[in-house]
Design a protein around this ligand. Structure first.
Ligand code: HEC
Length: 226
């Protein structure tokens, strides 16, 4: 009897610790995130098309996960309406899209690596600001374009979730300067992001903004500076 109650007290204590930990993670708002430096719209607004959609496409709509072909649990996360279904506007803590980042075990998404604090912040503040389908379109700041200042940020937010790791999509890895340059030089990159006929449209399931595509082209015209 005594033993049993000790066991249950221990169990309750551990349960308490675990649930506190969970709540602690969730209830602390992440710091306000930064967005791509060339977005010249309001710094106080999180833009769905520029900043949130790439995180979700790149981390969730991968092959075998929530893309059109795989459709895990009938959730396909490649559009505003699909993503909006997991959201309660203005209330991140009641939004599956946010809370699932802090779940335990197999429930936590994405499986494997956690999102960065900045990416968690993008989702949190986008929901807090009403989860609208907004986009920062103009003006596109195209001065001083180098790989390190501009291209790496586009590729990391839109491409490396699939084109990275030990088994990159289509055998194309885009995780460093040389790999991106090689893909440009073999003629596949611009056709894919311009979604021309004869190319697989990239990023799979979505589209870069005209600004992002223009930045790529300017960078190439400049001779792909590092
Ligand atoms: C959700 C996963 C995913 C994302 C994100 C993604 N790709 Fe792909 N990519 C693929 C897959 C899978 C293929 C193979 C073709 C197919 O199945 O569509 C591919 C093929 C390609 C190809 C070959 C195209 C061709 O016609 O030869 C290029 C180039 C490419 N991707 C570049 C990119 C770039 C650049 C980005 C970011 C702007 C990107 N991809 C984002 C999954 C992805």
């Amino acid at each position: 009897m005594k033993r049993l109650s000790f066991a249950s007290v221990l169990f309750l204590f551990i349960f308490f610790l675990v649930s506190c930990h969970n709540k602690a993670d969730l209830s602390i708002a992440p710091p306000f995130p930064s967005q791509s430096p060339w977005l010249k719209c309001s710094h106080d607004t999180i833009y769905f098309q520029n900043s949130v959609l790439p995180v979700v496409i790149n981390s969730c709509a991968k092959s075998g996960c929530h893309d059109q072909g795989s459709n895990k649990h009938e959730i396909v996360l490649d559009s505003y309406s699909a993503i909006y279904n997991l959201v309660k506007p203005n209330d991140p803590l009641s939004s599956k899209l946010y809370t699932v980042l802090f779940s335990f075990g197999q429930q936590r998404m994405p499986p494997g690596e956690r999102l960065s604090v900045n990416q968690e912040g993008l989702i949190y503040y986008w929901i807090l600001q009403g989860a609208v389908n907004n986009r920062c379109e103009t003006p596109c700041d195209s001065s001083h374009i180098t790989y390190d200042s501009t291209i790496i940020a586009i590729v990391q937010s839109w491409c490396t979730g699939c084109h990275g790791g030990s088994n990159p999509a289509y055998g194309i890895s885009l995780t460093n300067y040389d790999q991106v340059k090689t893909t440009v030089n073999n003629g596949r990159l611009m056709g894919a992001i311009r979604q021309e006929t004869g190319f697989y449209p990239m990023p799979k399931g979505s589209q870069l903004s005209p600004c992002d595509i223009a930045l790529f082209q300017i960078w190439i015209n400049l001779g792909m500076p590092r």
